[in-house]
Design a protein around this ligand. Structure first.
Ligand SMILES: *[C@@H]1O[C@H](CO)[C@@H](O)[C@H](O)[C@H]1NC(C)=O
Ligand SMILES: *[C@@H]1O[C@H](CO)[C@@H](O)[C@H](O)[C@H]1NC(C)=O
Length: 300
């Protein structure tokens, strides 16, 4: 008996649910569809059409204002008025693997082909755009470059010991590290006056200072590093000719650089290295990473 009661009760509820759903979708008594009359539906649809039209109009105007004020070739804020500032940072290549973001260590074992290959492949990738010769000007001190022209950076003028065919010396444990200034739009190096050459500039640069170059110098940071670093040479030369500057987003622009060749670093010792760039308008601030770059070299 009890079973029958429950069954009856359940069918009763199912029926009312279905009925009320049907009534919600279309109620013939009040002539409502989904709870609204035809007029009510028309009003709400018109409201949303106007609402979204206004939103679209608002964002379109904002986007247009944005595009009108933005120049895709020239930054709005330059040099001193920009966050980047007017003193370039210095950086090095090859970069350590991405999984060690904080690492500034160039480490490999001589004779381990896969380890040295990582570093030389990284440099090969970086130098890929430098192979292009079309659309570039052969710059020199005698000729002037039009602002929209980019200079060729001749890889053939780099000594063989830092060449791609020698894997930049990584196989042999005499690695080459590429040092460059970070691009700052419109920035040009200012030379030192003959009486403002800094006291701490390396002797060889002070003696042969030529105002047409930005110089790069690398040295060991601590006394032990200074003795472990071994002889260093710079290719194509220790100075970056100033005709590569300024960078103004010229097509095909190639960042000039200096290859630093560590000819005979002490094996199995971590060497702290700092490379500095020298020009009157390059500020040196180690903490803010201006004017210099730090990395470590460990050849096992
Ligand atoms: C080279 O290094 C990799 C990992 O860094 C290692 O797996 C491999 O065994 C090494 N090869 C030789 C010949 O030592
Ligand atoms: C600086 O270097 C350029 C190019 O090598 C040379 O033409 C010029 O005479 C040098 N200037 C000085 C003052 O040595």
């Amino acid at each position: 008996m009890a079973e029958k009661d429950i069954q009856y009760y359940e069918t009763q509820e199912d029926k009312t649910k279905w009925q009320s759903t049907k009534e919600f979708i279309w109620n013939p008594r009040t002539r409502q569809f989904c709870g609204r009359t035809g007029i009510s539906w028309a009003k709400i649809i018109i409201f949303y059409i106007i609402y979204y039209a206004c939103l679209v109009a608002f964002w379109t105007v904002m986007l247009l204002v944005f595009y009108v004020t933005v120049d895709s070739n020239h930054p709005k804020w330059k040099l001193d008025s920009s966050k980047i500032g007017s003193s370039p940072g210095v950086s090095y290549r090859p970069s350590p693997p991405e999984k060690n973001v904080d690492s500034t260590l160039i480490w490999f074992r001589r004779g381990n082909a896969s380890e040295s290959k990582y570093w030389s492949d990284s440099l090969k990738d970086f130098l890929e755009p430098y192979q292009v010769e079309e659309g570039l000007k052969e710059c020199d001190f005698g000729s002037t470059r039009k602002p929209e022209e980019s200079c060729r950076f001749n890889l053939n003028s780099i000594d063989n010991s830092c060449s791609s065919s020698q894997n930049f010396g990584y196989d042999m444990g005499h690695p080459c590290v590429l040092i460059k200034l970070n691009r700052i739009f419109d920035w040009e190096p200012k030379p030192y006056d003959s009486d403002s050459i800094p006291q701490n500039m390396p002797e060889n640069l002070k003696n042969d200072y030529n105002s047409s170059y930005v110089y790069i110098s690398c040295e060991g940071e601590n006394p032990a590093d200074k003795s472990n670093i071994g002889p260093i040479s710079y290719y194509p030369s220790q100075g970056i000719p100033n005709y590569y500057f300024p960078f103004t987003n010229q097509p095909n622009y190639l960042t000039p650089f200096v290859f630093v060749h560590f000819q005979n670093p002490t094996i199995s010792v971590l060497i702290n290295i700092e490379c500095k760039a020298w020009a009157a308008n390059i500020k040196y601030n180690k903490k803010e990473r201006l004017g210099s770059v730090h990395f470590e070299l460990l050849v096992d």
